[in-house]
Design a protein around this ligand. Structure first.
Ligand SMILES: NC(=O)c1ccc[n+]([C@@H]2O[C@H](COP(=O)([O-])OP(=O)(O)OC[C@H]3O[C@@H](n4cnc5c(N)ncnc54)[C@H](O)[C@@H]3O)[C@@H](O)[C@H]2O)c1
Length: 258
């Protein structure tokens, strides 16, 4: 259902891996609202599944971009802007940790795994935001990233990814403060657990789903669409007074003590 008119708005989406990706749920709503999109994909290996996911949009601009590789984010924006003409928004929906660093004792996290998780899942928001700003023009724009409650609370198994999400949320605030004067807003949606490729590698993920359904005031798990709704709101002018914040889409799970 289209609730917003985003015709004329253009944006880049980082993080579609397949049709179950949160980034794809957000993209569908953006496209339904009339926005024009370009997509990055992490590696050649994902190209087929990304193409398959985005096929309903016709032939959108697809650009390979490993966000941790020097120069690739900049090059991706150049190609995307050549196709779109300008940028109004960016979706950062990227995270990764080595399997060995998910589950087990957090205290055993090695420095390489720590660096990888923090680099991919938190650091990449910095160049992805900063390098978008020059393409946004005087009207500014909006950047949305995806985070999880493990930034503040302990979810056994989520381990170093919780540390990465804490860093990501801090980066949201610092980027919002820096780019606010340029009318660029930066916010995060904190999503409840959703079955995706990335979620499958988190030990205890099914338990997280069960716990959310049992304890959240809405009495069920949240959906991809509900997360996309919140992201699209933050990407649109309806949220023009909101920046630097984390919006939970968790069915109220986070307010419960027991
Ligand atoms: N699924 C959940 O339960 C849940 C809950 C809260 C937050 N999130 C967050 O949502 C975001 C999207 O995850 P998802 O659940 O849709 O899973 P997903 O696997 O569909 O998406 C993760 C994306 O990150 C990309 N990525 C990883 N390393 C990259 C790199 N170096 N360069 C560029 N891209 C890279 C992958 O290619 C993939 O497209 C992540 O930040 C995740 O932590 C997910």
């Amino acid at each position: 259902m289209t609730r917003l008119d985003l015709s004329g708005k253009k944006g880049v989406v980082f993080g579609v891996a397949n049709a179950r990706s949160i980034a794809w749920a957000i993209s569908q709503e953006l496209a339904d609202a009339g926005a024009e999109l370009a997509f990055t994909y992490q590696t050649e290996r994902l190209l087929d599944s990304v193409k398959k996911a985005v096929t309903s949009l016709g032939d959108p601009c697809l650009v390979e971009c490993d966000a941790t590789e020097p120069g690739q984010v900049e090059a991706a924006y150049e190609k995307a802007v050549a196709a779109l003409g300008k940028l109004d928004f960016v979706v950062h929906s990227i995270a990764y940790a080595e399997r060995d660093d998910l589950g087990g004792d957090f205290s055993k996290t090695g420095i390489d795994g720590f660096r990888t998780a923090l680099e991919v899942s938190a650091y990449t928001l910095i160049p992805i935001t900063a390098l978008a700003v020059p393409h946004m023009g005087e009207g500014g724009g909006s950047v949305v990233t995806l985070t999880f409650d493990a930034s503040e609370k302990v979810y056994p198994g989520y381990n170093v990814m919780g540390t990465a999400k804490a860093a990501l949320e801090n980066a949201v605030r610092q980027l919002a403060a820096e780019f606010g004067p340029k009318a660029v807003r930066v916010n995060a949606v904190s999503a409840g657990p959703l079955p995706t490729l990335a979620a499958r590698s988190i030990p205890g993920f099914n338990e997280m789903r069960r716990s959310h359904a049992a304890r959240a005031p809405i009495g069920r798990n949240i959906t991809h669409t509900e997360v996309a709704d919140a992201a699209v709101f933050l990407l649109s002018d309806l949220s023009s007074g909101i920046t630097g914040h984390v919006l939970p889409v968790d069915g109220g799970y986070g307010i419960m003590g027991i």
